[in-house]
Design a protein around this ligand. Structure first.
Ligand SMILES: *[C@@H]1O[C@H](CO)[C@@H](O)[C@H](O)[C@H]1NC(C)=O
Ligand SMILES: *[C@@H]1O[C@H](CO)[C@@H](O)[C@H](O)[C@H]1NC(C)=O
Ligand SMILES: *[C@@H]1O[C@H](CO)[C@@H](O)[C@H](O)[C@H]1NC(C)=O
Ligand SMILES: *[C@@H]1O[C@H](CO)[C@@H](O)[C@H](O)[C@H]1NC(C)=O
Ligand SMILES: *[C@@H]1O[C@H](CO)[C@@H](O)[C@H](O)[C@H]1NC(C)=O
Ligand SMILES: *[C@@H]1O[C@H](CO)[C@@H](O)[C@H](O)[C@H]1NC(C)=O
Ligand SMILES: *[C@@H]1O[C@H](CO)[C@@H](O)[C@H](O)[C@H]1NC(C)=O
Ligand SMILES: *[C@@H]1O[C@H](CO)[C@@H](O)[C@H](O)[C@H]1NC(C)=O
Ligand SMILES: *[C@@H]1O[C@H](CO)[C@@H](O)[C@H](O)[C@H]1NC(C)=O
Length: 249
């Protein structure tokens, strides 16, 4: 897989272990009582998803979504925060989300939340441990960088050094980071997910990366029977359950 950011490889490891576990403890027993709710553009909210005020038998509490102002469907993934739901695909078990900090046609608007990589019953990885969406790294450099890997965020974004008010240059890099992708004097400041892919060296603008971010990113949804039953609502790892707050997440 090559060398990725330490944090990312750790997530991959955790997921690989988790997937191994859930295939062992699979018990296919779902109560798919038929209820269909709708909110905004999403007309087919059905089991295991439910809206906050739906009757209890409609879904599963782990898959609760809320409808705000009758137009926005929101999933709350603490501690990351809320996301707007753009689409639910029951066939391939994916949910497409957009960070609420991003505004259409405003490439200066930024994410409010760090992406939720693993948050039962959602995962940014598919069953084989691959990211479903492409990572987009926000990079800050002390000197201008002329690299085909880096997309200049100016004039949309300018991330200044926090302590010393020195001039900095900001870029995004689309796709996983390999060793050597981070130039000297540069640091990765933020990570986002988007459904886009193009080869290295592709000439693109930050505006087009921003529109891809507006389209959203996919998470894999694990159905109730794919999650270790005793751990529902919690992390599961090596047949043990953990509360959702894990140091370093
Ligand atoms: C599904 O849930 C409803 C309400 O809780 C219950 O009445 C029904 O018997 C359940 N069906 C199955 C197949 O478990
Ligand atoms: C809604 O989703 C259910 C599966 O949960 C599917 O059976 C049904 O055909 C879908 N309906 C529409 C209108 O997409
Ligand atoms: C929400 O929107 C639907 C369809 O536009 C409408 O039928 C319903 O009355 C609205 N509900 C509220 C609480 O505004
Ligand atoms: C899931 O299904 C949608 C629509 O059918 C498709 O566009 C998307 O590529 C699929 N995603 C995966 C990971 O297969
Ligand atoms: C665009 O987003 C930036 C950053 O959130 C904000 O300061 C600015 O007011 C927004 N512009 C418009 C026209 O909404
Ligand atoms: C996961 O994604 C990888 C890369 O896109 C793909 O090769 C693999 O078949 C996917 N696995 C599953 C179980 O969907
Ligand atoms: C950036 O690199 C390309 C190709 O290596 C070169 O053509 C271009 O002049 C460089 N631009 C700057 C501003 O140095
Ligand atoms: C960032 O630094 C530039 C150049 O020093 C300055 O003009 C700009 O106001 C700073 N922006 C913020 C948000 O501090
Ligand atoms: C990339 O595209 C921009 C705008 O279309 C153009 O000005 C620039 O010369 C292109 N750079 C390369 C290396 O093709």
């Amino acid at each position: 897989m090559g060398s990725r950011f330490l944090a990312l490889s750790r997530w991959v490891l955790i997921v690989a272990l988790r997937v191994g576990l859930s295939s062992e403890t699979c018990n296919a027993k779902d109560n798919s009582t038929k209820c269909t709710s709708s909110c905004g553009n999403i007309h087919n909210i059905s089991y295991p998803f439910q809206l906050k005020h739906d009757p209890k038998h409609c879904g599963n509490v782990m898959y609760t979504l809320s409808c705000e102002n009758n137009i926005t469907l929101v999933v709350d993934l603490p501690p990351s925060g809320k996301y707007y739901v753009q689409a639910i695909n029951y066939h391939n078990q994916t949910i497409r989300l957009v960070d609420p900090g991003l505004q259409n046609n405003n490439c200066s608007s930024m994410h409010q939340n760090f992406p939720p990589f693993l948050r039962d019953p959602y995962s940014a990885y598919n069953m084989s441990g691959y990211l479903l969406s492409t990572p987009v790294f926000y990079i800050k450099c002390s000197n201008p960088v002329n690299s085909s890997l880096y997309v200049d965020t100016a004039p949309c974004l300018h991330i200044n050094a926090s302590l010393v008010q020195q001039k900095t240059y900001s870029y995004v890099k689309v796709g996983v980071m390999e060793v050597g992708d981070l130039n000297e004097g540069c640091s990765a400041e933020w990570l986002a997910l988007a459904l886009l892919s193009y080869p290295n060296g592709h000439n693109t603008s930050y505006e087009s990366v921003h529109s891809a971010l507006m389209y959203g990113f996919d998470l894999r949804v694990y159905w109730p029977d794919e999650i270790a039953p005793i751990c529902q609502g919690q992390w599961s790892y090596n047949l043990k359950c953990f509360p959702h707050t894990i140091p370093g997440t």
